[in-house]
Write a protein that binds this ligand. Structure first.
Ligand code: CU
Length: 382
């Protein structure tokens, strides 16, 4: 019970500490399934008092829902986050079998969504844990933005205002890092606990294909478990007319199936030898259902590499790129390119003229990884 005579700041602090302990109690239940996590959480709780001085020194205004002061959670120093920074089994290994059975395969639409007519764009994502069928025989225990891997494609223009909100529906803290933003990450990219909401506004300065991802520690685990997507920033002066597609390249490091759901495996992420590599979250989905264009069209691929670790040597078999933009398009264009590597955490824009009918594979030409699913077909129809 809060003393009504206390100053408002002290009441907020007490409420936040209470909610935090409730979260820790809930998280401690996970230790039944996750040996070793209990000690870390206990340490976290015992350090709560010690951190009071540091917390009270922070000047950020509280961003609260349900009375929780999320400005107290910062990625570099969050005890809640770093409590999970261990080689521990993934909590989602416990997703029940019934969820796997109902997870239907859905091809990820690679078409670039049209620009909004509005120049202020509201984007509200929810952090959710969802079983996702990435192939006929694999369901993964995804940590997602809005229930898919990758998350939704955001399309805007240079100079637009993006009003972003993240609501966390999961027991584990999450956050959002937009590579298209220039903003103080300590405040904007802070973590939100379950039920909490983080909001910030930014204005993209440069055109390009940009990654967004959860930035909560350990980033490798959060990003590697599915929390990523693409924000495509078109220049204010439109690029040449083209058929436009978005490809988000990423790796999957998976454990053995538990109730028919394969958990992401943090220990294997550290080993850097993926089981699956994919465009838009499903291995080989565009070999089974190709991308189709018409002969003579200019085709533009906005390629984002979520990683979390490996690069993507983007190449289209039987084609040459008319244009690759090294910087924000339309600047820094180079021509007549066969392959160009997109770094993990990066994005590039590739254009070709589809003037030869046929079936053209697009691949990660680092084939040791590309053949694990980072292959698709572009069919050029006459
Ligand atoms: Cu996260």
């Amino acid at each position: 019970m809060t003393n009504p005579s206390e100053p408002a700041g002290a009441a907020d602090k007490l409420r936040a500490r209470s909610d935090r302990r409730a979260f820790l109690r809930h998280a401690s239940a996970l230790t039944l399934a996750i040996p070793g996590l209990g000690a870390a959480l206990a340490a976290c709780s015992s350090e709560d008092h010690a951190r009071e001085g540091a917390d009270s020194a922070q000047q950020h205004p509280p961003q609260t829902t349900a009375g929780y002061d999320s400005s107290r959670l910062h990625n570099p120093d969050s005890k809640l986050d770093t409590a999970l920074h261990q080689a521990i089994p993934h909590p989602l290994a416990t997703v029940p079998a019934t969820n796997a059975a109902v997870a239907q395969f859905a091809r990820y639409d690679p078409a670039l969504p049209p620009l909004s007519t509005q120049r202020t764009i509201d984007v509200h994502f929810h952090a959710r844990q969802v079983p996702i069928r990435i192939s006929s025989d694999s369901v993964v225990a995804g940590w997602t933005f809005d229930g898919n891997i990758p998350g939704p494609i955001v399309h805007c223009r240079v100079g637009d205002t993006i009003r972003f909100t993240l609501t966390n529906e999961m027991d584990v803290p999450h956050s959002m890092d937009f590579h298209a933003a220039r903003i103080d990450p300590r405040t904007a990219f802070r973590s939100a606990v379950k039920g909490d909401t983080v909001s910030y506004t930014f204005t993209p300065r440069y055109a390009g294909a940009f990654l967004y991802h959860c930035g909560t520690a350990p980033v490798l685990m959060h990003l590697g478990s599915g929390m990523y997507g693409a924000i495509i920033v078109s220049p204010r002066e439109p690029l040449p007319r083209a058929r436009e597609f978005v490809l988000v390249h990423s790796e999957f490091y998976l454990g053995a199936a538990n109730n028919d759901v394969r958990p992401f495996d943090y220990r294997r992420m550290l080993s850097e030898l993926p089981d699956i590599v994919a465009f838009n979250g499903r291995p080989d989905q565009y070999t089974q259902a190709p991308i189709r264009v018409r002969a003579g069209e200019r085709v533009r691929f906005w390629v984002v590499n979520a990683g979390p670790t490996l690069s993507c040597a983007f190449h289209v078999v039987g084609q040459q790129f008319d244009t690759v933009y090294l910087g924000a398009p339309p600047a820094s264009a180079i021509h007549g390119v066969q392959t160009f590597a997109v770094a993990a955490g990066g994005g590039m824009v590739f254009e070709l003229i589809a003037d030869v009918p046929g079936e053209f594979p697009f691949v990660n030409h680092e084939f040791g990884h590309g053949q694990k699913g980072a292959t698709g077909f572009m069919v050029v129809e006459s």
